[in-house]
Design a protein around this ligand. Structure first.
Ligand code: CA
Ligand code: CA
Ligand code: CA
Ligand code: CA
Length: 664
């Protein structure tokens, strides 16, 4: 008796893990923590990570999965050596229980939740976090402003622009050495500072653009004593593309972009002649060097109709460059009082330049973000009191009051104007182009105008009746469909494992994921894995048969069509379930409220499952054991409990004999 008791005592230590798993050398994910994390959406309810021990065979792995009826979803690393996998548990099984059971399996080093990280790029730029940059906020960002552009929602979706997207700023010059702009200023790779026009575009040493106002290569003409020089151009540039996430200053709609200065506004304004040169300079740069210039920002206006300037803007449209223009600050209805350049339309040709196939001009009004400014007595979401408008000639509104951005001398300032609204839209065009590299200018414009947020104050005042809404590109709206993956093939079949491989399409980038779809014996396709980031996948099929696969690409919430189909016949080796355990003995232990169990094990069993009932309950699974004994504790004194056990292999055995005991 003494010997039996001491054996049970040893079992008690080993088996305490059945109920409350302990993890050596790693912090415990307590069952309660896991359950809470799943309830909070911080951990997947169905997916978990299983790290197998070194040298564990595929059969052992299947056996471990079998304990909780899990399926491999994806091999994450260590193919054939020390495998780490993403697995899925069936509906109805709690993640906490699954992890507790798997942790017991001898093949498993550890099992842990598939934590869900909130994926974002959050600006740490001080004037973003302090509430100054309302134009970048959205309804669901922190800080929030429902009337902001929603750029921060894009950042949360890891869309922060690209250095391969270029925009032209036709304005004053730019303080290109500004601490929060310098990294995003374009450098002409085809030009050196050597007194020679190396790229043959007619401008000598135009390494950052050109100053058409003074006809020289210096696009910044301010100084520490003359900080107002080129301040306006520096300010709009910061809204388009101040460096984000660098802990300095502000953040532009694009954290990464390249800005080309086409300076034509000097201290006394600019001329039509120089505006034409500036527009053509950017068009010619795009055509000469095949540069990815997607838009020009035109926060300027005045004067009458110029056919020569109209022609230049049409030439830009034909080169695929959007012309994004301020509606003006004169409170006029541009439908009845012409405002240039925002009223130009490139689908209307002239006697000297035929119409372009689409209207490249986007005209932008200024929106209020709060009632704090005297221009916004109507409150947040109203048209700024100075803003021009037009039900047909003005496309949308964007943040244009109390806009904080870069100014010369590493300073930051708050400006008001449709000039400040316009670069939010130009920034949006560049950001969209970075997300969808295949999109052309017409598609970019359609995406911006088609996603505007309906705004009461803008009905009858803008063609869309809405405001810039970058957040609208995410979630249910999505972007254009990506291209389907190609060259899907079955690399190998090993037991129940089918190894797939495919090629991503040319438009895929780091945000692209893949869905894997499978069908059996000519049935219909269903998705077996989604969110796959690699271009390969290891499927473990449930039974023998002929399986066919296709894969799809996912990007920006949109799915591609199917890839080619790849098929393979799979013969799953059948290992019979182990025999049922025998000689189960339940016996009350000396300690109160505990019953000891022992049984004769089964050949080939990798573990055992324990079932229990009372006079008032039916049999239910209560836990597992790796050996042939267990202690059930926490029972009610004086209650009789009845048990049976099963053996686990590739399948579960039948039940052992039943045995009962009454807890002390
Ligand atoms: Ca040149
Ligand atoms: Ca040169
Ligand atoms: Ca200059
Ligand atoms: Ca910054």
């Amino acid at each position: 008796m003494k010997k039996y008791a001491s054996a049970l005592a040893a079992v008690l230590l080993a088996l305490s893990a059945v109920v409350a798993p302990t993890h050596a050398q790693r912090p415990a994910d307590s069952a309660a923590d896991v359950a809470q994390a799943v309830a909070d959406g911080r951990a997947s309810a169905t997916e978990l990570l299983i790290q197998f021990r070194p040298g564990v065979s595929a059969d052992d792995q299947r056996n471990a999965r079998g304990w909780v009826n899990a399926q491999r979803k994806e091999l994450l690393r260590g193919r054939g050596t020390v495998e780490l996998e993403l697995a899925v548990i069936p509906p109805g099984l709690s993640m906490a229980d699954a992890i507790a059971v798997l942790t017991q399996h001898p093949a498993v080093a550890f099992a842990e939740p598939n934590w869900i990280y909130t994926h974002h790029d959050t600006s740490n730029d001080p004037h973003f976090t302090d509430g100054s940059l309302w134009g970048m906020y959205g309804a669901d960002t922190a800080p929030a402003n429902a009337f902001g552009s929603g750029a921060a929602t894009a950042w949360e979706n890891v869309e922060t622009g690209s250095s391969s997207v270029l925009v032209g700023v036709i304005d004053e010059g730019i303080n290109y050495n500004h601490e929060d702009l310098a990294a995003n200023i374009w450098t002409n790779p085809y030009e050196q500072v050597d007194g020679v026009d190396n790229d043959g575009n007619g401008y000598v040493d135009d390494v950052r653009g050109w100053d058409f106002a003074n006809n020289d290569s210096s696009v910044y003409d301010g100084s520490s004593k003359r900080l107002s020089i080129d301040a306006h151009g520096t300010h709009v540039s910061g809204t388009i593309g101040a460096v984000g996430g660098n802990g300095i200053g502000v953040a532009g709609v694009n954290w990464n972009v390249r800005i080309i200065s086409a300076k034509f506004l000097g201290t006394n304004g600019g001329t039509t002649a120089n505006a034409i040169k500036a527009v053509d300079y950017l068009t010619d740069l795009k055509l000469l060097h095949d540069l990815n210039i997607v838009a020009t920002n035109n926060s300027w206006g005045g004067g009458g109709y110029s056919q020569a300037l109209h022609d230049a803007i049409i030439r830009g449209a034909k080169a695929g460059i959007l012309f994004i223009a301020a509606a003006g600050n004169s409170t006029t209805n541009n439908d009845t009082t012409n405002s240039y350049p925002s009223n130009y339309n490139t689908t209307i040709g002239t006697g000297t330049e035929s119409a372009a196939g689409f209207d490249a001009v986007i005209a932008v009004a200024a929106l209020c973000g709060s009632s704090a400014s005297s221009y916004c007595s109507g409150g947040a979401g109203t048209l700024a009191s100075f803003s021009s408008y037009g039900a047909t000639t003005v496309d949308l509104a964007a943040p244009g009051v109390s806009v904080y951005s870069t100014t010369p001398g590493n300073r930051y300032s708050s400006y008001n104007g449709t000039s400040m609204a316009t670069p939010h839209v130009t920034g949006a065009a560049a950001l969209y182009a970075s997300m969808y590299a295949d999109s052309n200018a017409g598609e970019i414009k359609q995406a911006i105008l088609g996603s505007t947020a309906p705004t009461a104050s803008l009905v009858g005042k803008t063609a869309t009746g809405g405001r810039l809404n970058i957040a609208g590109w995410f979630g249910s709206i999505g972007g254009p469909a990506p291209d389907a993956p190609t060259s899907l093939s079955v690399l190998s079949v090993s037991g129940a494992d089918v190894s797939l491989d495919w090629d991503a399409a040319a438009d895929a980038d780091s945000s692209t994921t893949f869905n894997v779809l499978r069908k059996l014996n000519g049935g219909s396709y269903s998705t077996i894995a989604s969110g796959v980031s690699d271009t390969d996948y290891l499927d473990t099929v449930p039974a023998s048969g002929t399986y066919c696969y296709v894969v799809q690409a996912m990007k920006g919430g949109s799915s591609s069509g199917n890839s080619n189909e790849a098929c393979a016949g799979v013969t799953v080796p059948v290992t019979p379930a182990p025999a049922a355990p025998t000689n189960l003995v339940a016996q009350a232990m000396t300690a109160k409220k505990q019953i000891g169990l022992s049984w004769t094990g089964s050949a080939g069993a990798a573990g055992y499952r324990i079932y229990r009932k009372t006079a008032t309950t039916s049999f239910a699974y209560i836990g597992s054991a790796s050996g042939t004994s267990a202690v059930n504790s926490g029972l009610n004194s004086g209650v009789m409990y009845t048990y049976y056990v099963t053996a686990m292999g590739t399948a579960e055995s039948g039940p052992s004999n039943e045995s009962s005991a009454t807890a002390r």
